[in-house]
Design a protein around this ligand. Sequence first.
Ligand code: SF4
Length: 294
Amino acid sequence: MHYTGPVIRPPHEANSILLEVTVGCTHNSCRFCTFYYDTPYRIAPKNQVEHDLQEAQRVNPNAKRIYAVGGDPFTLRTAKLVDLARMIRRYFPTINIGMYARVDSMFNKDVDDLKQLKAEGINDLVIGIESGDDDVLAQMDKGYTSADILRECQKLEQAGIAYRVIFLGGLAGKGNGERNARHTAQVLNQLHPTHMYMTSVAVQPESLLYQDILEGRFVESSEQERIEETLSLIEQLTNPMVLLGQSVANPVNFIATLPDDYEPLTQMLKTTIHRFTHQDERSLRAYRESLINI
Ligand code: SF4
C-alpha cells in the first residue's frame, strides 16, 4: 500500500482498508491544524490506487469497508468520485466507502450528484465542522460559515448520505465556551448527524494558533471551561445522536447515546465540574501540554 505523509483516520475506521486517494488537504489553513502542514495536497495517481486495491484484495478479500484517506477526498469532482467508487467495486463489489469531507467539499455537488455518490457506495462521511459559531470559524480560518454547514449538510441528508461531525472544544478561547456551545447547538439542532466526535484543541507549536497565542490574539480556555462548554453543548442538543467523547485531548471521556444517556452523562459532567480543583486544572493542563502530534 502507498501512503504519503501522515495517515489520519477516525477511530471507527480502525478495521477498514485505508486507501490513499488524495494526499494532504485542499484547505490546509485551519489555524489549529498541523496534520498536513508539510504535506502538499495532490491527488494520488490512478495506477497507484489500482495497485493498492489489488494488494488489498489479495490480503483482505472479504473487507466490508474502505476508507479513502486524505484530508478531504470528498472534494474531488463527482465524476472522479464515481470513477473511484467503480474502480473500488471492481475489486470489492459490495464494499462501503467512507472518507473525510470538508463542508466546502459539497459546494461543487448538487443533491442529484450526492444521490449518485450514495448509489455508488459512498456513505458515512466524517466532517470536521469543529464549531457552529461564526466568529470561531472565521478566527480559525475554517473557510466556511455556519450557514454553509447547515446548507451543505442538509444536502447530504436530502441525498440520504449518513455523516458524522467533529466538534473541537476550546476553539472559542477563554471566556467564550458558552457562546460557542450555544451557537454550535443551534446549528446541530437543525441537522441529523449520526455521531459527533467531541474532542478538545491541544495547540501544537507548529500551528498558526500557537503563534496567535504567543502574539496575544488567542487565549486558551481553562480545562474547567472546556468541561463546562461540553456540558452546555450537550444540554442544548435536541436531536438523537451518538456522542463519542473518548479522546486523548478531552479532560473527561465518555461515550453516550442521546437521548437515552442524557441524564447520567450530564450528571457526570456536573459532578466533575462541582468537584473540580486547582490541582485538577494544573495536572490536566500539564497533560494537555504533553500531547504531541494530535
Ligand atoms: S482541520 Fe481538516 S480541513 Fe482544516 S487544515 Fe486540517 S485537515 Fe484540512
